[in-house]
Design a protein around this ligand. Structure first.
Ligand code: NDP
Length: 299
């Protein structure tokens, strides 16, 4: 591809390996910024990107700015001021927001950038930190298809399946529903396996059968065997973020006036789990709450 200058803002659990893919892609000159400067410095040492001191320092001169923060308002907060993205990004460039964001805030951001001739795509990702490391993420994109065509070669550094879903906000909406399904599966798998363990069926046996049957899911095929049965519970995706995602899905359903008792209940369950487990716990650790209620470990 023609050479591009890219800025990546937000080197968190998923942002860091995505940015690493860009750092090692041919034809991309990368600048990175992170709120906690040490993390950006260590990224620069490891991957050789330019380490910027502010978001504006990263974005100045960039063809594409990529953001990956917890929530959309974190992105919106970078727009204004003399050092804001609106003042530093040039007309004809694009902001690609890989945050799992909310559609209304994304639409507001897009409208403000459009006034300056800057493109915007909501482009949340799925596939976890391992998918980011391997460059196999699914990227669900909302916004102008012509902007996507322009930036696709950049997204391809970390994305394998890149799908244009509709106007701005469509990517966010789809991502939130995907994660609501993930949440339902994690929660219901934990309940089912705890009940089976109490009834004398070992979790390994139960998963062997379920994974060759119609109840299987990513939770039963990957998350529970790798994280719960091993008791490893690695911290790759915070329950706080899944709480946020299911909350967005619940809002989308309410806004569209679609009866959604299961999604609303799941949002409430994950809000409680987030409060109980705290900010740093992984999403799969909700299984520990169910184990406690059941008085039964999932083994
Ligand atoms: P983390 O909590 O690991 O990292 C968050 C990043 O955002 C850090 O770089 C953090 O900086 C920065 N940050 C937090 N708040 C602010 C702020 N107010 N202003 C500027 N920077 C801020 O999150 P993840 O990387 O896991 O997730 C990022 C997004 O990707 C979320 O929307 C999440 O839902 C989504 N996602 C995550 C996946 C995963 O497997 N982890 C999978 C798919 C999507 P600092 O270092 O200073 O804390």
């Amino acid at each position: 591809m023609a050479s591009r200058t890219v800025a990546f803002l937000g080197l968190g659990a998923i942002g860091r390996p995505m940015a690493a893919r860009l750092a090692h892609a041919t034809g991309i000159s990368l600048a990175v910024w992170n709120r906690t400067a040490d993390r950006a410095a260590s990224f620069g040492r490891e991957h050789g990107a330019r380490v910027a001191s502010t978001p504006a320092d990263a974005a100045r001169g960039a063809d594409v700015v990529i953001t990956c923060f917890p929530v959309s308002p974190d992105v919106e907060a970078l727009l204004d001021g003399t050092d804001g993205l609106l003042a530093t990004m040039a007309s004809g460039t694009a902001l690609v927001d890989c945050t799992s964001g909310d559609p209304a805030t994304s639409r507001r951001i897009a409208a403000r950038l459009a006034e300056r001739g800057i493109g915007f795509l909501d482009a949340p990702v799925s596939g976890g930190t391992s998918g980011a490391e391997q460059g196999t993420l699914t990227v669900m994109v909302g916004g102008d298809a012509a902007v996507l065509d322009r930036v696709k070669p950049v997204i391809e550094a970390f994305g394998k399946k890149i799908v244009h879903c509709g106007p701005v906000g469509a990517g966010d909406a789809l991502k939130s529903v995907n994660n609501a399904l993930l949440a339902v599966n994690v929660w219901s798998t934990a309940e089912g396996l705890a009940a089976l363990a109490k009834a004398g069926v070992r979790a390994e046996v139960a998963l062997d059968v379920i994974n060759a049957s119609s109840g299987r899911s990513n939770a039963s095929m990957n998350l529970f065997p790798e994280r719960v049965l091993t008791r490893a519970f690695p911290r790759t995706f915070r329950v706080a973020l899944l709480d946020k995602d299911v909350g967005i899905a619940a809002g989308v359903a309410r806004e569209q006036k679609v009866p959604s008792p299961l999604i609303q209940l799941t949002a409430e369950l994950f809000r409680m789990a987030h409060m109980e487990l705290g900010e740093e716990a992984d999403h799969v650790e909700v299984a520990k709450i169910i184990e406690r209620w059941a008085g039964q470990e999932i083994t």
